[in-house]
Design a protein around this ligand. Structure first.
Ligand code: NAD
Length: 256
């Protein structure tokens, strides 16, 4: 049984993880860390900062909060030799480096998307990438998401780029010559792969990867309808992280 501290425990993800991780035999949520008081406590101790947490009550820190807070979590885990699972997105290069530095002292698993469907859709996109001339990504999220484009779409674009480049496919040329409205073609995620971000109430996390080739198209779509979709992947990460130093990006390697 792994004892877990949830950083961002009062947030939408923290509350969903607190409820559903506690149902698993392999996990006990012992500590909720948040600057705001959580609505539900799930029998865990509530603290406003990891510095107030009891290290003997924590094997793994799971952080779904804010990029600034991830740096604090990384340092705490490095000092106390506790595993770290990071789901928070929108980290700057410096913040990402701080997490990687911590991974020299303890184990870290970080992913932009812990839902198994999303992990598999990235894998399928990498399989399809060499065979289609063009590709664009549309990511759709709830209207309170603060970063854009989504971490998942950036990771997906990177995997597609790698697969295209390994197959000797050139960068995508941009056909648009005149922009009637700025931004209409979305963001260039490298080598001409475009990401379009949609924000609407009622959505959770959704992504379409659209491939186009001569006379055909292929769309890979994934929908997280509920935050419970991330629980299984987070549980896999918790099971696979400990104080052994090392940085692992994504949970793909743990899904056969
Ligand atoms: P949210 O705004 O509902 O919750 C964030 C929580 O973090 C809030 O309760 C806030 O009070 C808390 N917080 C902010 N700063 C803090 C600090 N310094 N110390 C402690 N707590 C702090 O957001 P959310 O929808 O739960 O998402 C949280 C993060 O998780 C976002 O970055 C989101 O993109 C990411 N996310 C990742 C995945 C994934 O699979 N990797 C899935 C969903 C969401």
């Amino acid at each position: 049984m792994k004892k877990v501290a949830l950083v961002g425990g009062a947030g939408r993800m923290g509350q969903s993880l607190g409820e559903h991780l506690n149902l698993l035999d392999a996990v006990a949520v012992t500590t909720l860390v948040d600057v705001n008081e959580p609505r539900e406590h799930f029998g865990a101790r509530y603290v406003t900062s990891l510095d107030e947490a009891d290290p003997t009550e924590v094997d793994v820190v799971v952080d779904f909060s804010h990029p600034d807070s991830v740096v604090t979590s990384a340092r705490w885990c490095a000092v106390h030799a506790r595993g770290l699972v990071v789901g928070t997105t929108g980290l700057s290069d410096d913040q990402r480096r701080a997490v990687e530095d911590a991974a020299r002292s303890t184990g870290v698993i970080m992913a932009s998307n812990f839902s198994l469907g999303a992990v598999l859709s990235e894998r399928f996109a990498a399989m399809a990438a060499p065979y289609f001339e063009r590709v664009e990504i549309i990511e759709l999220h709830h209207d309170r998401k603060v970063d854009a484009p989504s971490g998942t779409s950036i990771t997906t674009a990177a995997r597609i780029r790698e697969a295209r480049s390994a197959a000797g496919r050139a960068s995508l040329d941009e056909p648009t010559r005149r922009h009637t409205l700025d931004g209409a073609r979305g963001a260039d995620a490298g080598e001409g792969i475009r990401i379009h971000s949609v924000r609407l109430p009622g959505l959770v996390a959704h992504q379409e990867i659209l491939f186009g080739g001569p006379g055909e198209g292929l769309t890979i779509r994934h929908d997280s309808y509920d935050r419970v979709s991330f629980v299984q992947g987070v549980a896999i990460a918790i099971a696979n992280v400990d104080a052994t130093p090392g940085f692992i990006w994504g949970i793909d390697a743990f899904i056969a």
